[in-house]
Design a protein around this ligand. Structure first.
Ligand code: GDP
Ligand code: IMO
Ligand code: MG
Length: 433
């Protein structure tokens, strides 16, 4: 029987999805990225080396795994080329194991120019990877897809049309000369395409027809989802479970027998602008950042840090219908004497337990905290829940009680082997050792 596992971020990204997907890939045949692009940065410790993947599915580091990039993603061929070279450097043979949708849209150099120009006025704090503009072109029906690379003349026409528009925008609106040209872009794109041409296929059909087991690897997180996140401070794709059907080109029915895992940090971080009710701006925030090594995997920017927000997690549980949570980076809290947990917001004297849509309402929401004594014991590398300090168990218990779903696994360090299963829940195909 097919086995399907969905792994997605329950906060604002960087929850440790990469580590978890890498760990669980051992039990699965295919790992599928279905939205976003190289704005993602998924970290894995591979043979003592820190490896960050932006575009390729994390499972590709396992020699038995087939990695799939679906049409919901936007693909930057330069990044793809770099990542394939990285695999070569690591001595990983990827021949015949990577597939890219022929319907996937491309991130072009001019999308990155536009991302930078828009940021000058918008201030979202994007990763500058051209993601927003690439999706704008896609939905504005001006995008260029992998399948367009087969026809050089058609590609040139499409590029010329795009360039005329981008040049006007850049020069007339932003007063900046466009430094990239049609011919350079054409040559560069086709040169890289030659090297990955055999990977391009109808992956939607491939996923539909196979009886192999699969992990769907989400990028970003629920609160960065363009519809259900903190709009406009979001990414330009559906980074919650909402992106699964349109991202793969398969009906929502296809996912009805999947197991949905939400990954959340034991505290909260976000990079870039936007609301963050439990943010700690002073020395406590700095302490979390230092202890957690909270610097962006894609941009190196310091991440904003704060206490865990269970209003956010409850929102993520509902939007994604999460079956179980994985709490990562528990070890980062080991030295805190007091730990706060946000269980609701107070808005104009009323207690609310849902995440509001309006930014002006959010601005006036104050977190309602319960304060716990820290466990002040080492949890780093713990493999057995029996070794967990009682106060750490209590902390996990509160998360379960408020979100209404079980915490099935803890991650207790960045390495593959640093985890503990908490519940005997039967995730299809996963053994609990
Ligand atoms: P992703 O985008 O969700 O894959 O997360 P990132 O890779 O951007 O950021 C997570 C960071 O935390 C990486 O540096 C990981 O190596 C690290 N990490 C993951 N799990 C743990 C954990 O349980 N404990 C600690 N201390 N670090 C972790
Ligand atoms: P992973 O998969 C954290 C954030 C950016 C910015 C907003 C929009 O590693 O969890 P974009 O470049 O997508 O237009 O930026 O989204 N962002 C992420 N934050 N982790 C990510 O990916 C992110 N991808 C985008 O910082 O606030
Ligand atoms: Mg990341």
């Amino acid at each position: 029987m097919e086995r399907k596992l969905v792994i997605l971020g329950a906060q604002w990204g960087d929850e440790g999805k990469g580590k978890i997907v890498d760990l669980l890939s051992e039990n699965y045949d295919m790992v599928i990225r279905y939205q976003g692009g190289s704005n993602a940065g998924h970290t894995v410790i591979y043979r003592d080396r820190k490896v960050i993947l932006h575009l390729l599915p994390t499972g590709i580091l396992h020699p038995h795994v087939t990695g799939v990039i679906t049409q919901g993603m936007v693909v930057d061929l330069e990044v793809l080329d770099q990542e394939l070279n990285l695999l070569k450097d690591l001595g990983i043979d990827y021949e015949g194991r990577v597939f890219i949708s022929d319907r996937a849209h491309l991130v072009m150099p001019y999308h990155k120019v536009l991302d930078r120009l828009f940021e000058r006025r918008g201030g979202i704090g994007t990763t500058l990877r051209g993601i927003g503009p690439a999706y704008m072109f896609k939905f504005g029906r001006k995008g260029i897809r992998m399948s367009d690379l087969e026809d050089k003349n058609r590609l040139r026409d499409l590029l010329e049309e795009n360039f005329a528009f981008v040049r006007d925008l850049s020069e007339k609106v932003f007063g900046e000369r466009l430094e990239v040209s049609v011919e350079d872009t054409l040559e560069k794109v086709l040169r890289i395409y030659e090297r990955c041409r055999d990977m391009v296929t109808d992956v939607s059909r491939m996923i539909w027809e196979t009886d192999r087991s699969m992990i769907f690897e989400g990028a970003q997180g629920t609160m960065l989802d363009v519809d259900m996140g903190t709009y406009p401070f979001v990414t330009s794709s559906n980074s919650s479970a909402l992106g699964l059907a349109n991202g793969t080109g398969l009906s929502p029915k296809f996912f009805s027998d999947a197991y949905f895992l939400g990954v959340a940090k034991a505290y909260t971080t976000r990079v870039g602008g936007g609301p963050f009710p439990t943010e700690l701006k002073g020395s406590e925030g700095d302490r979390l950042r230092d202890l957690g090594g909270e610097y962006g995997s894609t941009t190196g920017r310091p991440r904003r840090c704060g206490w865990i927000d269970l209003v956010v997690l409850r929102h993520a549980v509902r939007v994604n219908q999460i079956d179980g949570l994985i709490i990562t980076k528990l070890d980062v809290l080991d030295s805190f004497e007091e730990i706060k947990v946000c269980v609701a917001y107070e808005y104009e004297g009323e207690r609310i337990d849902y995440f509001p849509a309006s930014l002006s309402v959010l601005e006036r929401c104050k977190p309602v905290y319960i304060t716990l004594k820290g466990w002040l014991k080492n949890t780093k590398g713990i493999r057995d829940v029996a070794d967990l300090p009682p106060r750490a168990r209590e902390y996990i218990g509160i998360i379960e009680e408020v979100t209404g779903v079980p915490v099935v696994m803890l991650s207790t360090g960045p390495r593959r082997e640093e985890y503990a299963w908490l519940k005997g829940i039967q995730i299809p195909g996963v053994s609990y050792s």
